[in-house]
Design a binder for this molecule. Structure first.
Ligand code: PMP
Length: 433
């Protein structure tokens, strides 16, 4: 995970093995996940990763939510392979290409129109933070205001603008980021318990002496992931939508990690029946782990002038091809049946964990489950559990303010047998550690 206040570097496994030498010698100390999951991975399929030394791992981390359809999904792979074999354009700046047209049409037909959403799309640089930067910039340009409201526990990226709306002090310090006109408000729920964020915001806006100007936008993850898996309730989201609308504040929902089906619906905000002004998508958008980021916004918010926000890698063509295929998955009944079955299995497991009565707090929605060990051993137990599971062939990542929450993100298309095997390893691990 990327935001824990203190990532315990001393407790991480040392890697003296010869196969790690090249990395240790030549790659920066900034590397992280390789320290938690010390293996050299070579191949992957579905929810499984294969290391060069012959070990197999069940992957419940899935590229931090980038592989919602699993590793090397056959349906998507066939399209990408076909496109490569036909010498399809592989790089096109933001020129018109067949691949982009097909994606835009497929996304509009499959995702937007059936949900009554009339958004325009902007392709940004390849990573999630690029989409967040563009969204914030557009909100400021559109409203002519500079202030932003963000929430405690939020994670929006590691570049300057997105760091400014990210909660982690550690990440902010590393980025040399200070205020940047951002007001932080406690999220609906968090380690300190529930909070009346809406009432607090209401006060800030109503009080001429609150020290806070009318902001350009409120930005949030409808399900906070890095902060510890805290899904916002539909009522809270609706109240926030009502408040922002009433005050003429743009509502930006960052669906980068929890979007593209993770919550059980394509967008997390669908559970609340609201329409945000701006939405950021990335991670699982291409469906194949290929970099693709996009900002969606209401048609009337398109205040951009040509070339005002550019970038060399906007709209990776191979990613467009993969993303078009991913849209097709959403049109297949078999995919929806698979997703519903997987959610059913994960829900059952959640019930079993509850019955273990270990003081675990369980949160999440759809195919995202956070197991909070805050009151049941804390970060130290979570780290031991993560290592224990890795040694037994299961990859899970930690999140939360102090890495005290085990985050499960199996593919939406996970094979039931593999899912059950992984969950059983986890159940045994919780009893053993
Ligand atoms: N927003 C959210 C909600 C995220 O989870 C992340 C990545 N963890 C980002 C933004 C930033 O994405 P990227 O790492 O691709 O820049």
């Amino acid at each position: 995970m990327d935001i824990a206040e203190e990532i315990p570097t001393t407790g991480l496994p040392q890697l003296p093995e010869p196969e790690f030498k090249t990395f240790e010698e030549l790659e920066s100390e900034v590397r992280l996940y390789c320290r938690k999951f010390p293996a050299v991975f070579e191949r992957a399929k579905g929810a499984e990763l294969f290391a060069e030394d012959g070990r197999t791992f069940i992957d419940f981390f899935c590229g931090a939510g980038t592989l919602n359809y699993g590793h090397n999904n056959d349906f998507i792979k066939a399209r990408v392979a076909e496109y490569l074999a036909a010498d399809g354009i592989s790089h096109g700046l933001d020129m018109y290409t067949v691949a982009k047209r097909e994606f835009l049409s497929a996304f509009a037909d499959t995702v937007l129109r059936p949900r009554g959403l009339d958004y325009k799309a902007q392709f940004t640089g390849p990573t999630g933070t690029d989409a967040v930067e563009a969204a914030l910039k557009l909100a400021r340009k559109q409203t002519g205001r500079s202030g932003l409201v963000a929430f405690t526990g939020a994670y929006h990226g590691m570049s300057r603008g997105s760091l400014a709306v990210t909660g982690s002090r550690r990440a902010r310090r590393a980025g040399g980021v200070s205020g940047q006109d951002v007001t932080f408000v406690p999220f609906e729920d968090g380690p300190q318990g529930p909070f009346d964020s809406i009432g607090y915001l209401e006060r800030l806006l109503a009080d001429p002496s609150s020290g806070t100007e009318l902001p350009a936008a409120v930005i949030l993850e409808p399900m906070q992931m890095e902060g510890g898996v805290y899904p916002a309730s539909p009522q809270w989201l609706r109240a926030l939508r009502e408040l922002t609308e009433r005050h003429g504040i743009l509502l930006i929902l960052d669906e980068i990690q929890a979007g593209c089906g993770r919550s059980g619906q394509f967008f997390c905000f669908e559970h609340a029946g609201i329409v945000p002004d701006i939405v950021t998508l990335s991670k699982s958008l291409s469906g194949y782990g290929l970099p693709l980021s996009m900002v969606l916004f209401k048609r009337e918010l398109d205040a951009w002038e040509p070339g005002e926000h550019t970038g060399t890698f906007r709209g990776n063509q191979l990613a467009f091809v993969a993303a078009t295929a991913s849209c097709e998955l959403w049109r297949q009944e078999a995919f929806h049946a698979q997703l519903a079955a997987a959610i059913g299995r994960l829900d059952r497991f959640r019930g079993e964990l509850d019955a273990l009565a270990q003081g675990l707090v369980l949160r999440g929605s759809g195919m995202a489950l956070g197991i909070d060990l805050g009151a049941a051993g804390g970060p130290e137990r979570a780290e031991r559990l993560q290592r224990h599971l890795f040694e037994r062939g299961l990859i899970v990542e930690l999140c939360g303010r102090h890495d005290e929450v085990v985050k499960l993100l199996p593919p939406l298309t996970v094979d039931p047998g593999v899912l059950d095997r992984g969950l059983e390893l986890l159940r045994q691990g919780l009893l053993a550690v």
